[in-house]
Design a protein around this ligand. Structure first.
Ligand SMILES: [Zn+2]
Length: 255
């Protein structure tokens, strides 16, 4: 940090400082149909990878960068699981996730992490749960909030994996009020944000996951509301529809 004002920021305020560009990584995420459409792959100028041009890029701060930030804010920062099993080890919940308390500068906030279904149940999965929970809890302190706005890596991949491929001719026609701008014009930020929220909530198969994603996007939704109420209403409608769908499924299963 070069500017003098930034040098003075410490403690909890420092948690909210944006991460420098070189600490932010770009990760392309594509849905199943994109993954399968290999003929359409192109070299990507954004991440330098080779993938479908419609893939979404998620910005994220890796574990090392986040740990650095925590240490800069409070060398004595710590975390601990909310619940322990009979052996004194962190207790995972029924979803295989873990709640933690993250303490920075004497303030403790809760965070929740859960494993990537594809990575099984080994030691790597546990490390991932911890990393995910730390990112989630750190967000409650405002860490990398601007990046979280753009999407949670984890959820994006889970949801992208669950989504069914759609035949090209059956892809939903876009209504005029849909928050998607014409390709020639640069999209306003609130549209990009809204698209990312929709991308994550669409096709979600677990009501609790859906609710968590929705909650995680609270600040984003507020900013969208400020920017454009119509887009915000559209987003709320999408969410209600997804919730209704899942509730209907639950009732069907219970019957
Ligand atoms: Zn890319």
């Amino acid at each position: 940090m070069t500017d003098k004002k930034a040098e003075k920021i410490t403690g909890l305020d420092l948690m909210r400082e944006p991460f420098e560009a070189h600490l932010v990584s770009k990760l392309p995420k594509q849905t199943k149909w994109m993954t399968e459409a290999k003929k359409e792959y192109k070299n990507c100028k954004i991440c330098g990878g080779y993938h479908h041009p419609q893939a979404v890029h998620l910005d994220y701060v890796g574990h090392a960068a986040l740990t650095h930030r925590l240490l800069d804010c409070d060398p004595e920062w710590s975390w601990k699981p909310v619940a322990l099993d009979e052996r004194g080890l962190p207790l995972l919940d029924a979803n295989g996730g873990m709640w933690i308390g993250l303490t920075v500068c004497g303030v403790t906030r809760l965070g929740y992490g859960y494993p990537d279904a594809k990575k099984g149940k080994g030691g790597d999965a546990i490390k991932e749960i911890i990393g995910d929970a730390l990112r989630n809890a750190a967000m409650r302190f405002g860490a990398a909030l601007d990046l979280w706005h753009k999407g949670d890596l984890h959820n994006a991949q889970l949801e992208a994996d669950k989504r069914e491929p759609e035949p090209a001719d059956k892809r939903e026609p876009e209504p005029a009020d849909k928050p998607v701008a014409k390709k020639s014009a640069p999209k306003p930020d609130y549209v990009i944000q809204a698209e990312k929220v929709i991308k994550q909530i669409k096709g979600c198969t677990d009501i609790r996951v859906l609710e968590k994603i929705w909650l995680d996007f609270k600040d984003v939704r507020e900013s969208i509301k400020v920017a454009n109420t119509k887009t915000h209403d559209y987003l709320e409608g999408k969410y209600s529809k997804e919730i209704a769908k899942l509730k209907q499924n639950d009732e069907k299963e219970a019957a």
